[in-house]
Design a protein around this ligand. Structure first.
Ligand code: FES
Length: 192
């Protein structure tokens, strides 16, 4: 992919390597050594590539398929089945807002519109600075705290306008911290 591609977040390496790096190939080889069937490693291997690059490009998917010993079409089928595997570039933070029935009943549509306003994007888009991507997702299993959304690996429920504003501000704050070199590792959890 061209280094001038405007869809790439600015934080990604300017030259996406055409080949998976040796240590990642070793990691995938170790996964394969631990299983009897190549299909047993497809999801883990895709996740490993995504953990390194933020998403799974066509070139990486083809190389991964070759390494694992399945067809690229088959591996793409796995990748596109799982909505947490990204086949397009995403922002440094991924916000996935539930659009299933409980959240919809609890007013998710209006809150999504507010979040879109705060971020300046529509669902499915990435902010121009590559800070965040907003995506829809099916039920997050947090229906008792609907409406709910996921920011990176943190689940947020009982959303209202003030919580939506705080989430958007939180993403901006993380970006500022990143720019200043003070960002801590991505946390995982749930609120509340
Ligand atoms: S319907 Fe939204 S979390 Fe279940």
């Amino acid at each position: 992919m061209s280094t001038a591609d405007p869809a790439l977040p600015p934080d990604l390496p300017p030259d996406l390597p055409p080949d998976l790096p040796p240590d990642l190939r070793d990691e995938i080889a170790a996964m394969m050594a631990a299983t009897d069937h190549p299909h047993g490693v497809t999801v883990g291997a895709l996740a490993a590539v995504q953990a390194r690059f933020g998403w799974v490009s066509d070139a990486h998917l083809v190389e991964l398929a070759r390494l694992i010993g399945v067809s690229a079409a088959e591996l793409d089928g796995v990748a596109t089945y799982f909505n947490l595997i990204f086949r397009r570039p995403v922002g440094r933070h991924v916000i996935m807002m539930c659009d299933s029935v409980s959240c919809w009943l609890m007013g998710a549509d209006a809150l999504r519109a507010r979040l879109c306003d705060r971020l300046g994007i529509q669902p499915g888009q990435m902010t121009p600075d590559g800070a965040a991507t907003l995506l829809p997702i099916v039920c997050l299993g947090h229906c008792d705290h609907a409406p709910a959304l996921l920011v990176d690996r943190t689940l947020h429920g009982d959303l209202d306008e003030s919580r939506i504003d705080a989430i958007a501000d939180g993403v901006r704050a993380k970006e500022q911290a990143r720019e200043q070199g003070t960002e801590r590792g991505t946390e995982q959890g749930r609120e509340p």
